[in-house]
Ligand binder design. Structure first.
Ligand code: GDP
Ligand code: IMO
Ligand code: MG
Length: 435
């Protein structure tokens, strides 16, 4: 059950355990609707923490007539009572973050230092990271990754190479100057301008900067309810995804510990967010990709254009091989199924259950990218429901075939589906378990 407390009856009486930390992860190639799900669940939370990625992420939250596009700020920010935390595992472009704060203020969401906390040891994206990102892409010729061009890869590279600039460096001019001078990619002529700009960013961000690991661990100890919000998705994970067509961080649940500074035993639930079909932005293999009418239908009906780069997303059928892998790699305990309404008009719906490969039929995700690239999906065909479900608020209101689709996915994966989303708005949500 998805309660915030677990009650156990023992020989010593009834024990109450706080079930306070949930990780939200994308199970596909990103854009599964993590922002919407985080926003929905955040209503009952005290903290929402981003633990990796940067402003390559684009999370859209729709409330009534208003649409909020979030890139760095956690998707709990719309609730006054929630503290939003940008953890140490995130890479921060300070100019983008300040713009996001200003844009939200124009939309009536005012953020002060009580509501947003930024890790002092998170790494900072510099202008040189953005230019390196695009230069590296143009040099890749045949093997482009299709990055978002936000400087994410080069910033994480500098972090691992131990030459990065961290948020705390922005708060001290001398230290910032020294870090920039030692930086292997900075051109001397640029240093003064970057120093001036980033020292200014530091002044504005200073009130938000704290030891976020200490904050989060204290919150856990006092029984606060916390969501760790992942960006991107399992198949974009630098270790477990379709390398090299991945991002440069670990979106999977295990990374929440590193990116927020908490112990693994503090995590109670791992919630996988799964889109009712598949999409991918950028390059890389995608066995269930469709190119004709189906792809066009999904893209148009699902508004499948990138939140960050506006690129049309590649679209295709649901892939249970990928999902089985995501359940395993993340230790997923619940699934929130999104965008079921997008399938409304289809007569039949295909679901991939395995692949035909040069090595024979397989049902587990192959780690060899060459095998994955050549995998031919084996499909089950399920009947569509051919009616509008976007106003359904109860599972029982759904047409029989829509219910069967949801149950089919849950049965194959052996994981409960705890929520079904039937539209972008907060209201268009069916709760199957009490949240
Ligand atoms: P994220 O990156 O995982 O947060 O996902 P994005 O926000 O980039 O992309 C999901 C898009 O689908 C957004 O535009 C959402 O507003 C929208 N969306 C979320 N859930 C649903 C749903 O159930 N139905 C429909 N039609 N749209 C949805
Ligand atoms: P959210 O959080 C979908 C993809 C890019 C590219 C690859 C590497 O909104 O789900 P990067 O700029 O990270 O070096 O690009 O990863 N990518 C995403 N695709 N949703 C995202 O985030 C993504 N963030 C990065 O398109 O293929
Ligand atoms: Mg997105």
């Amino acid at each position: 059950m998805w309660n915030t407390h677990l009650q156990l009856t023992t020989q010593w009486g009834i024990l109450n355990y706080a079930m306070s930390v949930k990780v939200i992860v994308g199970t596909q190639w990103g854009d599964e609707g993590k922002g919407k799900i985080t926003d929905i669940l955040a209503e009952k939370m005290d903290y929402v923490v981003r633990y990796q990625g940067g402003n390559n992420a684009g999370h859209t939250v729709v409330v009534g007539e208003s649409t909020f596009k979030l890139h760095l700020i956690p998707s709990g920010i719309l609730y006054q009572s929630v503290v939003s935390v940008i953890g140490n595992g995130v890479v921060i472009d300070p100019g983008v973050l300040l713009n996001e704060i200003d844009t939200l203020a124009q939309q009536g969401i005012h953020i002060d230092a009580n509501r947003l906390k930024i890790s002092s040891i998170a790494h900072v994206i510099l202008p040189v990271h953005r230019s390196m990102d695009s230069q590296q892409e143009s040099r890749r010729r045949e093997e482009k990754i299709g990055t978002t061009g936000r400087g994410i890869g080069p910033c994480y590279t500098d972090k691992v190479s131990r030459v990065g600039v961290r948020v705390m460096d922005l708060l001290c001019n001398d230290r910032l100057a020294s870090r920039l001078k030692k930086h292997p990619h900075m051109v001397d002529e640029d240093i003064d301008q970057v120093l001036a700009d980033y020292a200014d960013f530091g002044k504005r961000l200073a009130p938000f900067v704290v030891d976020t690991s200490l904050l989060i661990n204290q919150a856990i100890s006092s029984g606060k309810r916390i969501i760790m919000e992942g960006a991107q998705g399992t198949m974009l994970d630098v270790d477990h995804g379709t390398y090299p067509f991945v991002t440069s961080s670990n979106p999977i649940s295990g990374a929440a510990c590193i990116g927020a500074g908490i112990g693994p035993h503090k995590i109670d639930q791992v919630i996988g967010v799964t889109k009712a079909y598949s999409t991918r932005v950028g390059e890389g293999p995608f066995p269930t990709e469709e190119f004709g009418d189906v792809s066009e239908y999904l893209r148009t009906k699902g508004c499948e254009f990138g939140t960050t780069t506006s690129r049309p997303r590649r679209c295709g059928w649901l892939d249970l091989v990928v999902l089985r892998y995501a359940v395993r790699i993340n230790g997923i305990t619940e699934i929130c199924l999104t965008k079921l309404d997008v399938l409304d008009d289809l007569k039949t719906i295909k679901v991939c259950t395995g692949y035909d490969t040069p090595n024979g039929r397989i049902e587990e995700f192959p780690l060899d990218l060459d095998v994955f690239s050549e995998a031919k999906p084996i499909y089950d065909e399920l009947p569509g429901w051919e009616s509008d479900i976007s106003q359904c608020t109860n599972f029982d209101d759904l047409p029989l075939n829509a219910k069967s689709y949801v149950k089919y996915i849950s049965n194959v994966l052996g994981v409960h589906i705890s929520l079904v989303s039937v539209g972008s708005n907060r209201k268009q949500t069916i709760h199957l378990l009490q949240h």
